[in-house]
Design a protein around this ligand. Structure first.
Ligand code: ADP
Ligand code: ZN
Ligand code: ZN
Length: 717
């Protein structure tokens, strides 16, 4: 009977065939990376199935060229196959996300004492073991060790094996005499860690709410099929402590733990707390790791050395075995959704893994998504651990105000010892205009204005990365009078500095946000200015004031989640103010829309009220979770081509009767491409995805010939 491996080639082009049969006598298990001959070309592939018989005659089958030593788990292979369908991608692209990283362990020369040596005899007296040279006339072998050599050996007895480093030559001399062994061994590349915020080393006694939450969590975790819970707890209610305890209980059951957090490089706190509590069994996975660090962490997980993974979006593909608990912290965060094909949602993948392993899915947030509230059993924590009330939120009306800071805000900032100011716009000013002729500086590739970055001396497009020098005169009329409209974090930083405040800024323009957050945490007096990064899951107990400038910026966004985002932003920031000390917490929200439902609900700390209203609104308009949206984007440098292609896709979709088909509708030009969008709104996700694939299939060849770009995004954010 032939041994047949079904191998999926890791070739990313669309329209590739599925798995192909190859002969493999080594019986490489599902998940193994192999090299195969594909039409005369040697390519990598992953074994996705094993057969004892192929549908093809044996003599037609080629043998696999090479079986590599690396493999991923069968669970992740199955996951990738499911995901490819779920998000309308290809299996090869999905498999690439779960494949074991290439590359080798970093190796180093290590020195240890030779076996059977008694170091004390070496370092105290001049008699030693068998040494070839230096024998005296009587034939007794005496190593003549210099003081420096003696010291080196003493250092080995103290520290244990150590890296040879700069002393390699001297170690080699000792090795020749049989005293030490110099050998090659792996060195682990550890992810860097910032120690930020509170310590979790000492396990605190539980609050009553934590006890109740954990009782339910453990109950569900021990059900034969697992289950799913939503931990809806206000900021500071001790959710992280609940995760830590639930993780411990999971390890005690002999199972493993997966913890997903948004953009970890920016919120290092939770990693720190897990590491502190559990030590080296915690592996860290996020996009900030070097390839080497990522590889080493992956293998620590794959080998079973690490049993807890804390990481951002892609950590959902960690090769853990027998996951018992999957935590999604800050489950409302948009960064869980991937921005590139495969456009998966890590929360959905996390739910798959929990179901597959009969594990507990535990989603936590102070501002959960309406979707989660509708779908999951809710466990509530309504009190802060420190027993203090949520800070009062003042909404100040900016209508008719000409300065970016309302006088109330300015005064509060000067008074507060430590504050956080949120402004969702990077740069100095977001719109330059000629005072004489009205010329506006726009991006040559996109229909957007350029943002002035004063310190760098550049005008940047935040959509395509186009950069140009700051103009000194108008190219249209040569006037030198140029107005700067709008305010970004850079200008705000400068204005606050002029008020004499010690300002720190965190946004995508600073190189190490984690380091700045750590400095802010340690500072006596400081203002932290930044984009929404500053409202994310870190815990600074002594912040007295939180300010949201321009709360309307998220509301202005034409998106079904505009309300939700605004509510979340204000609530998250409120959660970070007045958490410790004597509790003089205070929050100020600047808006031109003080009556807006999302802002009023946030000011009243009324998450339940907001969520129920939001769900009712979604239901009324048939938005998620009452439907699935599929977005199809066609991009081409020529508008007519883009529109014609989009129409060709939309026509069969409309005929497929899977729900509503909106568009094609033009979007603003981006990266030199005209864009047309089609939106499908369907009560049946699988049917919608299938219909979209069917509508795209006959167009794909033509689109690629025309060099048009097709993007499918299932359940876009
Ligand atoms: P959340 O994740 O809900 O914002 P955390 O778990 O970060 O809340 O808890 C907020 C603070 O309270 C942290 O400094 C944490 O160490 C501390 N904490 C949590 N639970 C307890 C407890 N039971 N007793 C004392 N302190 C606690
Ligand atoms: Zn001009
Ligand atoms: Zn641009």
């Amino acid at each position: 009977m032939p041994a047949v491996a079904q191998v999926l080639p890791l070739v990313t082009a669309r329209g590739m065939p599925g798995a192909l049969d190859y002969l493999d006598e080594s019986l490489a298990p599902v998940g193994t990376v192999v090299q195969i001959d594909l039409g005369g070309r040697s390519v990598g592939g992953i074994v996705v199935g094993r057969l004892t018989e192929s549908q093809w005659p044996v003599e037609k089958l080629k043998p696999v060229e090479e079986v590599e030593e690396r493999s991923t788990t069968p669970e992740l292979v199955e996951l990738a196959q499911w995901m490819a369908d779920d998000v309308a991608s290809t299996t090869a692209r999905a498999l690439a996300l779960v494949a074991p990283p290439a590359g080798k362990a970093k190796q180093r020369l290590w020195v240890r004492l030779a076996d059977g040596l008694d170091p004390t005899t070496l370092t105290t007296e001049p008699a030693g073991p068998e040494v070839a040279s230096d024998g005296d006339s009587a034939g007794r072998k005496t190593p003549k060790l210099s003081d420096a050599q003696r010291e080196l050996i003493a250092s080995l007895t103290e520290s244990g094996p150590r890296a040879a480093g700069d002393e390699l030559g001297r170690w080699r001399t000792l090795e020749k005499r049989g005293l030490v062994v110099v050998e090659v061994a792996d060195e682990r590349r550890r992810p860097a860690a910032h120690a930020v915020g509170a310590s979790a080393k000492r396990v605190p006694p539980q609050t009553a709410e934590q006890t109740a939450a954990l009782a339910r969590i453990n109950q569900v975790a021990e059900q034969p099929d697992g289950g799913a819970l939503l931990l809806h707890g206000v900021t500071g209610s001790g959710k992280t402590e609940v995760y830590l305890r639930a993780a411990q209980a999971t390890l005690d059951r002999g199972r493993t733990v997966l913890v997903l957090v948004p953009e970890i490089g920016l919120a290092p706190q939770i990693v720190h707390r897990f590491r502190e509590r559990f030590g080296d069994v915690v592996a860290v996975m996020h996009s900030g790791l070097s390839a080497g660090q990522r590889r080493d962490e992956w293998w620590r997980v794959r080998s079973g050395e690490a049993t807890i993974v804390v990481g951002a979006r892609s950590a959902v593909f960690a090769p853990l075995d027998d996951v018992g608990l999957v935590v999604v912290d800050e489950e409302h965060d948009a960064s869980f959704k991937a921005g590139e094909d495969p456009r998966y949602d890590a929360r959905r993948v996390a739910a798959w893994r929990a179901r597959h392993n009969h594990a507990l899915l535990l989603c936590g947030s102070a501002t959960p998504r309406p979707e989660s509230l509708a779908a999951l059993e809710v466990v509530r924590m309504t009190q802060r651990v420190d027993g203090r009330a949520m800070p009062p939120v003042e909404v100040v009306n900016m209508r008719g105000q000409s300065t970016p800071l309302h006088p109330t805000t300015r005064e509060a900032l000067v008074d507060a010892r430590k504050s956080i100011v949120l402004l969702n716009r990077r740069g100095w000013s977001n719109f330059l205009e000629c005072r004489e002729c009205g010329h506006a500086w726009g991006c040559p590739n996109c229909d957007v204005t350029l943002v002035l970055h004063k310190r760098r001396g550049t005008m940047d497009c935040h959509h395509c990365g186009h950069v140009e020098r700051v103009p000194s005169f108008c190219p249209a009329c040569s006037s030198v009078s140029i107005a700067q409209h709008g305010i970004g974090t850079e200008r705000l930083e400068s204005e606050l500095t002029q008020l004499g405040l010690p300002v720190m800024r965190v946004d995508a323009d600073v190189s190490d946000p984690g380091e700045i957050l750590a400095r802010f945490g340690a500072a006596e007096r400081a203002v932290l200015v930044g984009t929404q990064l500053v409202a994310k899951g870190h815990d600074f107990p002594d912040v007295e004031l939180g300010v949201v400038l321009d709360a309307d910026s998220t509301l202005r966004f034409p998106d079904l989640r505009a309300e939700e985002r605004t509510f979340q932003l204000v609530t998250q920031l409120a959660g970070r103010a007045g958490r410790g000390g004597d509790g003089h917490g205070r929050v100020i929200v600047q808006t031109t829309n003080p009556q807006h439902g999302a802002i009023v609900a946030a000011a009243n700390h009324d998450a339940d009220g907001f969520l129920h209203e939001e769900l009712a609104r979604r239901k009324q308009f048939g938005y998620p979770p009452y439907s699935t949206l599929v977005k199809i984007l066609v991009a081409h440098h020529d508008q007519v081509t883009a529109r014609d292609l989009a129409r060709e896709i939309a026509a069969p979709l409309a005929a497929a009767r899977i729900g509503e088909v909106l568009g094609p509708a033009p979007l603003f030009r981006l990266k030199g491409k005209e864009r047309e969008q089609i939106l499908v709104k369907s009560p049946n996700r699988a049917a919608a995805v299938k219909a979209v694939r069917a509508a795209l299939a006959p167009i794909e060849g033509k689109a690629s010939r025309l060099r048009a770009q097709l993007v499918v995004d299932v359940a876009p954010q």
